[in-house]
Design a protein around this ligand. Structure first.
Ligand code: URA
Length: 239
């Protein structure tokens, strides 16, 4: 059961994992925290971080290899690296593969994938394959479609960073709470923060609902909300 104490412990664990991802080996003092764990610096700078290099998506995939860096590798059929245009201006980041994605090795090909394609093609007037790139914060299916755990997110995060570094999109859209929280390095209340602009390593980042949330809570209000969010993205892209 999710007691307040357990919730606080999970948040603390997430936060400490996040600090570890940033390279901290000790808990920084308050002033350092304020200076360094502000939103912008909680993220890699794609031009200055230590992984900054002109890297191709192919090279990132090669580096990922037949990954066994976390326990998600034990139950997967296929790694779901990502799909779409390697030079896209727009990248969607989801949470993690489900059963259909695991089966096919491609992101968003199941029910929520259909919804995402509908949002991109009917809602935004874009072509999913040509105009976007789609990936997830973890590249292997969490068993039973549970949320990815912090150690799994941490193990995969360098590859997400490198993917984004290779693509260098103009806009990233985080789909849902997990993707938003991972990219921003803090727990994001998605209902409150969807539709707002942020920055991820110097790239514009829009937060919106995950397509599966839309399917589950198929209200006019939620559909309108995602439509409004995507209108903002199109405007930013000059389309
Ligand atoms: N949900 C996700 O977050 N990603 C997928 O690839 C499929 C479903």
């Amino acid at each position: 059961m999710e007691t307040p104490k357990r919730k606080a412990l999970i948040e603390l664990k997430n936060y400490l994992t996040h600090l570890k991802d940033l390279g901290y080996t000790e808990i920084p003092c308050e002033t350092e925290l304020l200076a360094n764990v502000a939103q912008e610096t909680a993220q890699p700078s794609l031009s200055t971080n230590k992984m900054s290099k002109n890297i191709s998506l192919g090279a990132v995939q090669k580096e990922l290899g037949d990954c066994t860096r976390c326990k998600l590798s034990e139950g997967r059929k296929n790694i779901v690296f990502g799909s779409g245009n390697a030079n896209a201006d727009l990248v969607f980041v989801g949470e993690g593969p489900g059963a259909d994605e695991d089966e096919q090795g491609l992101p968003f090909v199941g029910r929520s994938g259909k919804k995402l394609t509908e949002i991109i093609e009917k809602g935004m007037g874009l072509n999913r394959e040509k105009d976007t790139y789609i990936c997830n914060i973890v590249k292997c299916r969490p068993p039973g479609n549970r949320d990815p755990e912090p150690d799994e997110v941490s193990a995969c995060n360098p590859f997400l960073i490198e993917q984004l570094q290779a693509i260098k999109p103009k806009v990233i859209v985080a789909l849902g709470k997990s993707a938003s929280s991972t990219l921003l390095g803090r727990t994001v209340p998605i209902v409150k923060e969807r539709g707002t602009w942020h920055e991820y390593a110097g790239i514009k980042l829009m937060l919106t609902f995950h397509p599966s949330y839309l399917i589950r809570f198929y209200t006019l209000e939620n559909r309108k909300a995602v439509h409004e969010d995507m209108k903002k993205v199109l405007k930013e892209l000059g389309r």
